[in-house]
Every structure is written in structure tokens, then in C-alpha cells.
Ligand binder design. Sequence first.
Ligand code: HDE
Length: 705
Amino acid sequence: MSDRTPHTPGFHPVVETQSSNRTVAREGVRGNGGEIHQRSEDGQWMTTAQGAPVSDNQNTLRAGGRGPSLLEDFAMREKIFHFDHERIPERVVHARGYGVHGYFETTSALSDVTAAHLFQEVGRRVPAFVRFSTVAGNKGSMDLARDVRGFAVKLYTEEGNWDIVGNNIPVFFIQDAMKFPDLVHAVKEAPDRAFPQAQSAHDNFWDFISLMPEAMHMVMWQMSDRAIPRSFRFMEGFGVHSFRFVNAEGKGTFVKFHWKPKQGLQSVLWDEAVKINGADPDFHRRDMWTAIENGDYPEWDLAVQLFDDEFANRFAFDILDPTKIIPEEEVPLQVVGRLVLDRNVDNFFAETEQVAFCTQNIVPGVDFTNDPLLQGRNFSYLDTQLKRLGSPNFTHIPVNAPRCPMHHFQQDGQMQTRGPSGRANYEPNSWASGGPRADPASGHRSFPEEIGGEKRKVRSESFADHYSQARQFYISQTEIEQRHIAQALVFELSKVETPEIRVRLVGHLPHIDETLASRVAEGLGLDAVPAAHEPAVVPDTGLPPSDALSILKNGPASFKGRKLGILMTEGIDDDLLEALTTAFTNEGAMVERIAPHVGGITTGQGKRILAHHKIDGAPSVLFDAVAILSNDAGTVQLEEMHPAHCFVADAVAHAKFIAYTPEADSLFLTADPSSDGGMFALTTGDDVDAFLTACRGLRFWDRLS
Ligand code: HDE
């Protein structure tokens, strides 16, 4: 280590975060333990957290070469002390998540309905941080669990942080916060055996749900493909509750928030989800990271549904009930802004793990409603942040700190980093430099709603209809999506060991749809559809379908941002590979090559092409569409490889668009590629266009019908 860059005596730069090392460090010298020291190119000194230079990071100070370690080795003790304290409690729900930075920009002013600074004029832009998550799984669980996805947005506005802590599903399981611990206990691992993790396919969950008719609308969404999104980039977000906008004159307007992905909606099949979890448990976080590193920034429109008391009074359901939507056909969506995610975090823990969302973080011009779930959430999030982050000063952590000035008299507490200066730490005071004062004119003011009524533990009767919108959701789906809902219910209930729970759950389905009920009953091997449970109110079977509720009716318009996997073998045609790659890259797609060896192949024209994956590690479930480029010899080689068979068979079974060289024909054991409208023979580069055009759709569903 003799060629260290010199440093200024007495000053050692504090380096707390390292930039990601994309280049490999140079080969270096051997230490006395035989370890290889590779010197990084930035030439930084290692120090303790106190800044003292470290002379040896491999060996503890000891008395003699084979003697006891000495406690006075402060560098070693500090290093291990810090390591021992690396973990903080994981979130009790939404533990597994992934955060990204970006910005929000107003595209349509709303100054007539809200005083929020952000919406006063077009073009106002604020930084944003978004954390996507699953709900039930622990921090290390897999990404493709069947689950609701969290979609939590923190907007760093000029008037404070505004958190819209939403989900990718616009309704929730329960109507009152009081039930939340039960719901979460039921879905998470059982307390005695600590399994099953990250899944709802078990007795406790369906026992609870089958006893809670209010969950039935949410259950339809959860059993739909919404709960197995292709990626965070292809899903919607919803604020769920009705909120209120308040304008400068104090007039209130109800509002629901929707995030609409410009990328379109896309989900995977359940069989794919199961296999992706094995092949790449980090599929969703990898997808987001890679898209952003590639400069392919995902974008969502923020759309609002605005409505007044008159609408609220005549709407068939209670706008305070979080198990209900307001169909877009009844209150159209108004796009008012866009959210662009364009920067990955520098440090996952500092940002994604420590970000503290709170539903009660709102700004002037925004207010709550009496939705009992929202009210309960407003109590909960501060508590959870104190528990997780250990200090009321969690707002001092950069990802949680507002980007606007803050002035208050809060002081002290663990990890305080910016207490008020000067003498005044109370108010009122009469000091000339007396610090901040509340501002009645521009401070946050609640909507002056009149409140009255008896103090009782009660649920309003206006919350009693549990099936009508569940049915509306179901009939809004395409036939393929309806089939998936039935299959999901059959799968989940087949994992339930107690027959009575299965039957009890199926007893809710006739209120939603008779065909669904009989499909599920048949799938479970029940003799007949059980008698329907007595509903609290008779469901309205006349609600019209809404196209906005279907994924397949709102799919992507291009292959941009999606992924093509090319399985290639030795000696294939250079021009064909080139034409395929260029066409898809020009579309804005990601292209990854798979080969029998990760070292790649040599084309017929003698060009060496590296592979991104060895076939065993890249099953076709990781790609939106696949191409199989092989010549006769290559096909013989692939025929002997089980992963190659699975690659092809799964792509066929998952209704993917598939391109293939005619020599690869014999790899299709379960389909005839020449008569399948979703398969494209590639002989020359001219054939690529038709394949790409087809891939702009989602899947070749006809193959499955
Ligand atoms: Fe949450 N929820 N929640 N929740 N929630 C948390 O806060 C809670 C609910 C949602 O990426 C916790 O920081 C209660 C609905 C998201 O960091 C906790 C109730 C919706 C996230 C909490 C609900 C959500 C959370 C756990 C019933 C959709 C992840 C860690 C009244 C609208 C935020 C944390 C992130 C996280 C409580 C119901 C969304 C314990 C009591 C409904 C996206 O405070």
C-alpha cells in the first residue's frame, strides 16, 4: 500500500457513501493473511467513523501472532459494534419495497378547487420519492407474491411534504381501521409455525375473509391479475380514500387520486409469477433499477375525480366507504399532473428503508374526510415511524426532510441535528428575535365541516352493500381475466386445509356472479354451489361494466420498456440477430441474449456475441416475448437441454409472441408453430417487422382459448 495518494496532514476526508463501482479495481498486492488487496482508483483512505485512519482492516490487534485479541483495538470494536446495530425493525406491513426518486409536474392548474401551491399554475415542479411494495411478505420475500402493491408517493412541495400513501388497487379489504391488525395477522404467517410467508393461500387468511363480506370487492381485485403485476412500471396507483381539496375561499371539493401509467397496464400469469419467484425473486426491483439506469423513465399521469356534496348524496354508495370505487364513467378523470421517476437511490437503507410515509402529511389546500379507515391510518403512521426509526427526529433524515424552510420550537430528542438557535424556544415570547409565529392566513386550515351525532361504536348503514361493486368489477373483465379470477380462487382455496372455510367463501360468490360461483365450486370439487350467505342488503345486479377496470382493455400500445429474450446458439445468422436486435432496440425495448453458455456464441459470419444469461438462469418467464434463433446443430444441442425445453414450452403456455428460425421448429413439442398466429418464422431480417408489430399487443390469448 505504498503508492497511496498523499493527503493533507490532519485532514481525512469523511466518506460515508461510496459511488457504485462500475469499473473493476486493479489487481494489487498480497497481505500477510494471503488476501489480495485490490486498490480502488479513487485512492481514498479508510478511516473509523470518528475519522481516524485505519492501518489494517484484516487483522485484529493481538498480543503476539497467536495470542489473544486486545479490546483496545478501537477500529475493530467500532466496526463490529456498528455491524451489530445495522438492522431496524422492518415495516409491519409493506416490509418489502423499492424506492425511486423523481419529480411531479402540474400540467393543469386547479386553483379554483385547491389552495395547494403546487396546483396554482401549470409547470410547477416538485421533487418526489416513490416507494412500491408488497404488503404481506417480509423484507426478504419474493417480488411476485400474489398481493396488493403499495404505491406511496412523497411530494416535497414548497408548503411541506405531501404523502399520498396509496395502493395499486383502489379499494381495501375492510371499512374500519379497528380491523386492520386482524386482517394483517390473518394474512401473515401463523404465529405458531411462522408460515406461510408472503402469500394469502392459507387457512387463516380465508377463514378471516370468508367471515368478512365487506372484503368481497377487494377479493375480486386481489384474485385478478392486478395482484401479479408485470412490473411496478405497468401498474396504476390509487389514493383509495376520498380526500378533500379546499380552495382559497375555504370551499371544499371531494377528490380521489389516480396514478395512470403512461406505459399501460400489464400483468403476468400466475404460473409465470410462481416461476419468476424462483428464477429472480428480485424481478420487480431489478426491472425498476434497470429501466432507470437505461434512461427509460417510467411516467404516470395524476388524474383526479372531483365531486361535490350533491354527487356524494346521490351516489349509490357512501363516498366515505373505502371498499367502493366511483366508476370513471360516473365521475370522469381529470389529468392534472405527471410523475416521472428518473433516479435510483444512492443507498437503499438511507433512502428506501428509512423513508417515512405518513397519511397525515398534507399541505394547505388538501384535507381529510371522515373515511374511518383513513382516520385510523392518520393515527397509525407516526407511531410506526417512531418505532422503526427510533426517534421523533426522523424528519431530519434527508429522504424525510422537507425541501422547504421549516421553523418551529421542537427541540432535542435522539439524533437531533438541527435544534432552534438563539434564546427563544417557546411561544408566545416577547424577544425581538423571537422565532416563528403561526400564520392564520396561509397556514393549513381544515375544512369547516359541521360534525354532530351520537357517540357510539357503530357502522353506518350506508356501508352495508358488499357485493354490488364486486360484481361490477367481475363483469367488467374480459373472458380471459374472468377465467384468471376463477383460477386464482380455486388455487388459493385449494391450499386451504379446512373444507368448511372453502365452502364458506364460495357461499359469497353467487352474489357476485353465478358462473364464477359454479366455476370455483367445480374447481374445488364441491358437489354443488353452496347456498349463498344472507346479504346485509340485497345487491344491485344492474351496475354497468366499466372498461377502466380491465387490464387487458388498457394494455401498452408498444413494446417500449418491455423485454425481448433471444435464445441463440452457435453459428446463427449474424444479420438476423442484428435485424432483430436493432428493431426492438429502436422500439425502446430491452433485449437480452441467452445461450447454452454465458460466454456466448460465434455467429455463422464469425462474430463473437456475448450472452447476458446462461439458459439455466434465464427461463422465458423473465421476458415479455422471446425469439429462438438456432440452426440445425444448435437445435440438436438445445434438444438435449431440459431448460431449453422449458424455455419454449413455457413461452407457448404463457401465450407469448414467439419468433423462431425454421430450424428450431422441432423444439416446439406442445404446439405447431406454423399454424399458431402468435408465432413468427424468421428467415431474413424482413420477417422481424411482423413479429414486432404483434409484440406491441400483450399476449396471443387465442392460443389459450
Ligand atoms: Fe398502511 N401502513 N395501513 N395502508 N400502508 C403502513 O406504515 C395502516 C392502508 C400503505 O412504502 C405502515 O411506514 C393502518 C391502506 C402503504 O413505506 C403502518 C391501516 C392503504 C404503506 C400502516 C392501513 C395503505 C403502508 C407500516 C388501516 C392503501 C407502505 C410501515 C387503517 C390506501 C409505505 C409504515 C412505505 C404502510 C398502517 C391501511 C397503504 C403500520 C393502521 C387502506 C403503501 O403505519
